[in-house]
Design a protein around this ligand. Structure first.
Ligand SMILES: NC(=O)c1ccc[n+]([C@@H]2O[C@H](COP(=O)([O-])OP(=O)(O)OC[C@H]3O[C@@H](n4cnc5c(N)ncnc54)[C@H](O)[C@@H]3O)[C@@H](O)[C@H]2O)c1
Length: 334
């Protein structure tokens, strides 16, 4: 019997996220990890040794694309390093998974979307929260009409960490909004639909004394969605240490849904069956699920999801919040 053709995957940037996706690739059937790229070489070599792999390691991206036959690539670079890797891969017909934020500038984001669409390759952005049990239960209730009209989306992303060196530098990371709170901005646009306009404020209130910390540690945005729903999203890097909380609450005509995270929520009915409660304690491994989904999309089993175009919509929204803040909180239309 003819051997089934494996999907040949390369991973670019072998830090936290590169390692995480590479681990998953080793566990998914029909996938072969063929190349690892990191500008320092060592993190890629380390992963290869730890897992006793035979794949090739590169510290030159162009050389990797030239030498290897690759079906799909994971771009797990810090955002300031995005300088054409997506565009080059797409041009070669390679499907692209990219970690959020897709870029730091709208120009780069636009160029990525254009390249992906022109090449007709599949893209997916690392928005794993979308795969949560609670998120999907809520979506079912919206689609069936049981939730009624969504009215208010409120969310807060809170942590207290200096993270890595590049993460604290505005030019390298964009800020906490671009880097972390964007998960909640994506939840908002995924569940409520596209934002129409927003206003916001960002500030560094608690880290002025930390040398090199040039990003905001506090943010707030008001959002109006095209369907009329209102939203408010806050971010803080001055909250409880060793916790990373991305909580959100959605008030609809017939229910209020309180999410502790993507897998856990309490849904309280406010109309029909007033006061009755559904508790969702999900166990989805959302990070693994997003990778399985991407590979299955390449195999033709799924529709493209969380595409680079959607990543660009989120980029536009967080950039608009920063623009609003720079203009005294004026409303920015999207
Ligand atoms: N989806 C999520 O929940 C999630 C979580 C954490 C990070 N991320 C995103 O993943 C991306 C990477 O974050 P991370 O935490 O893995 O970063 P990291 O600092 O752990 O790793 C980055 C890796 O890229 C390498 N690198 C740096 N500059 C490079 C260059 N110019 N060319 C090639 N390699 C280079 C570094 O050597 C390092 O190995 C970021 O965009 C981040 O926002 C997503």
């Amino acid at each position: 019997m003819a051997k089934k053709k494996k999907i040949r995957v390369a991973v670019c940037g072998m830090g936290n996220m590169g390692r995480c996706h590479s681990d998953h690739m080793l566990k998914i059937d029909d996938v072969e990890l063929v190349a690892l790229y990191d500008d320092f070489g060592t993190p890629a070599e380390r992963f290869k040794e730890e897992h006793n792999l035979t794949c090739n390691v590169y510290s030159d991206y162009d050389l990797m694309l030239e030498k290897e036959t690759i079906d799909a690539i994971y771009i797990c670079l810090p955002p300031f390093c995005h300088n054409g890797q997506v565009e080059k891969a797409a041009k070669k017909g390679i499907h692209v998974f990219i970690e959020k934020p897709i870029a730091l500038t709208l120009e780069r984001g636009k160029s990525m979307v254009k390249a992906i669409e022109k090449a007709g390759v599949i893209s997916q952005v690392g928005y794993q929260m979308r795969f949560g049990n609670a998120v999907n239960r809520f979506l079912d209730l919206v689609k069936s009409g049981e939730a009624g009209q969504p009215m208010l989306f409120s969310a807060s992303y809170e942590c207290n960490s200096l993270h890595s060196d590049w993460w604290r530098v505005k030019e390298k990371c964009g800020g906490q909004l671009f880097e972390q709170v964007i998960h909640l901005y994506d939840m908002a646009q995924y569940l409520m639909g596209k934002a129409k306009d927003c206003s916001g404020r960002v500030a560094n209130l608690g880290h002025k004394q930390i040398p090199g910390y040039t990003i905001e540690d506090t943010s707030i945005a008001n959002i109006v969605f095209a369907n009329g729903t209102l939203g408010c999203i806050t971010g803080s890097n001055c909250a409880v240490k060793n916790e990373w909380n991305a909580k959100f609450r959605i008030i609809c005509e017939n229910l209020t849904a309180d999410f502790v995270d993507q897998n856990h929520a309490t849904i309280t009915w406010t109309n029909k069956n007033e006061g009755s409660v559904e508790i969702i304690n999900g166990t989805n491994d959302v990070s693994m699920m997003e990778d399985v989904y991407f590979i299955n999309t390449i195999k033709g089993k799924n529709k493209p999801f969380a595409t680079i175009k959607e990543g660009f919509e989120d980029l536009k929204l967080v950039a608009a919040v920063v623009e609003s803040s720079e203009n005294d909180g004026k409303v920015v239309r999207l």
